[in-house]
Design a protein around this ligand. Structure first.
Ligand code: NAD
Ligand code: UGA
Length: 454
């Protein structure tokens, strides 16, 4: 069997590397129009940082895993074509700011139709609005092309930073197919690929529309939990309750469960916001205004949590941060990735800069992306070494939960800072009592502040 995957990004690269590793007899070619990205996949300096990814790529690359810019050739040769291109929020025209921009997906469909000379299974790997497969089928079968395309939905549930573990041992794989004979045959073909390493009972099958909608729903539910606990964090700060204790107390209820209850400066990442906005837009399209407003609030709570974090910095530092050096530790949207798409750090740094603070950004993997995200923002500097970043700072703000930040020498950091030395823990990950004992003014999310100034 030959598989082609269009899109060599955060999803296409790792998922195809895993399929190639687990299915040595399947030839997998990942193609992209971005030549620089493809070139990087062919080296050991992969275009994305993901723990464990290089080992998986190295095992299969050159054996049955290939990266190429020859999109047409790879499509033509394939039995199964995964489409894993970006589906960002539309920035123009109808639905701007909410609907998915489907132009990249449609371009792929047109390309597939144009170059194919044999029947193929087309797999939606990208996250798409429910009923996209319908549009795709109409594009693929328009005109008098004798080739038959069977469209499946196979959304990806990996999270960045843990992509390899998620792919190796997923909670489930979801495949949606049509209830026709050809649909079920195609579905079985894809089931058999995943069954190389995933127990059959974890490979769920459904109709195409349920599969498409399940992906948006899963992300909406996950993000909703973060916004819910962040809403409670605000009440905790007003009432001396501790959000970690509340999260622990509710998370032990087996109906609620402990995951995704960590209060934070807000969720980031390329998908939560985009997918919820897409869900909101879909609800509106079907005239479901109450459902749309319900999900919209998850995004608004998240924006507010980020703005609130900056306000806490400003108000606690005597209502002025103009000219003050603020060291931002962590710019990636979460630990173990260099990805900064929709990272809360972007908004926080921009708002700090608007208050004319001197912002110093540090991150172990994301400084390249951070520079692009903050291009044109005055008074922002970048410093890979966290100790250099904090030297002479009035405040430290921790925005990414990098494990390495837990073991920084905070005595040394305190000594290097202006006094009073403020520390804002946007991830609730540090030992606040110990930091307070060292002399820091400690502010976190959903917990009382620890101050020497009262
Ligand atoms: P990405 O931007 O990292 O990668 C997409 C790639 O597609 C880019 O390299 C781009 O050059 C390429 N591309 C676009 N149009 C093309 C075309 N016509 N021909 C060939 N290549 C083309 O995006 P991503 O993060 O991998 O996300 C891809 C999809 O997967 C999105 O729909 C996203 O919502 C979904 N998703 C992402 C994640 C994640 O963790 N990033 C997880 C699950 C699902
Ligand atoms: C998320 C989902 O977890 C994946 O299942 C999905 O495939 C993916 O989106 C996608 O569709 O792109 P990802 O965004 O990579 O994965 O990372 P998450 O671990 O979900 O974290 C998202 C954001 O929420 C991060 O900024 C994280 O710091 C934040 N978060 C997460 C919290 O603030 N609190 C929590 O308790 C959990």
């Amino acid at each position: 069997m030959k598989i082609c995957c269009i899109g060599a990004g955060y999803v296409g690269g790792p998922t195809m590397a895993m399929i190639a590793k687990q299915c040595p007899e399947v030839e997998v070619t990942v193609v992209d129009i971005n030549a620089e990205r493809i070139a990087a996949w062919q080296t050991d300096e992969l275009p994305i940082y993901e723990p464990g990814l290089l080992e998986v790529v190295r095992e299969a690359r050159g054996r049955n895993l290939f990266f190429s810019t020859e999109v047409d050739d790879a499509i033509r040769a394939a039995d199964v074509v995964f489409v894993s291109v970006n589906t960002p929020t539309k920035t123009f025209g109808e639905g701007a700011g909410r609907a998915s921009d489907l132009q990249y997906w449609e371009l792929c469909a047109r390309r597939i139709k144009e170059v194919s000379t044999s029947d193929k299974i087309i797999v939606e790997k990208s996250t798409l609005p429910v009923r996209t497969a319908d549009a795709m089928e109409r594009v693929l079968h328009a005109g008098d092309n004798p080739v038959h395309f069977e469209v499946l939905s196979n959304p990806e549930f990996l999270a960045e930073g843990t992509a390899i573990a998620d792919l190796e041992n997923p909670d489930r794989v979801l495949i949606g197919g049509h209830e026709t004979e050809a649909g079920q045959r195609a579905l079985q073909t894809l089931v058999d690929v995943y069954a190389h390493w995933i127990p059959r009972e974890r490979i769920l099958t459904s109709n195409v529309w349920s599969s498409e909608l399940s992906k948006l729903t899963a992300n909406a539910f996950l993000a909703q939990r973060v916004s819910s606990i962040n809403a409670i964090s605000q009440l905790c700060e007003a009432t001396e309750a501790d959000v970690a204790e509340v999260a622990n107390a509710i998370g032990t209820d087996s109906r609620i469960g402990p995951k995704f209850l960590k209060a934070s400066v807000g969720f980031g990442g390329s998908c939560f916001k985009k997918d919820i906005l897409n869900l909101v837009y879909l609800c509106e399209t079907y005239g479901l205004d109450e459902a749309a407003a319900y999900w919209q609030q998850v995004v608004e709570m998240n924006e507010f949590q980020q703005t609130r974090f900056v306000k806490t910095i400003l108000h606690s530092m005597f209502n002025t941060i103009a000219g003050k050096r603020i060291a931002v530790l962590g710019f990636a949207f979460k630990a173990d990735t260099g990805d900064t798409r929709e990272s809360p750090a972007i908004k926080v740094c921009r708002e700090l800069a608007l208050e004319r603070a001197e912002v110093v950004v540090s991150d172990p993997k994301a400084l390249g992306n951070a520079k692009q995200d903050l291009e044109g923002v005055e008074s922002v500097v970048f410093e890979a070494d966290p100790y250099a970043a904090v030297a002479g700072a009035h405040a430290v703000a921790v925005l990414t939960d990098w494990e390495a930040y837990k073991t920084l020498d905070f005595e040394r950091i305190y000594a290097a800072m202006e006094k009073p030395a403020f520390l804002f823990d946007g991830r609730n990950m540090l030992d606040h009592a110990a930091l307070h004992a060292m002399g820091f003014e400690v502010y976190s999310i959903g917990k009382g502040r620890l101050s020497h100034l009262d």
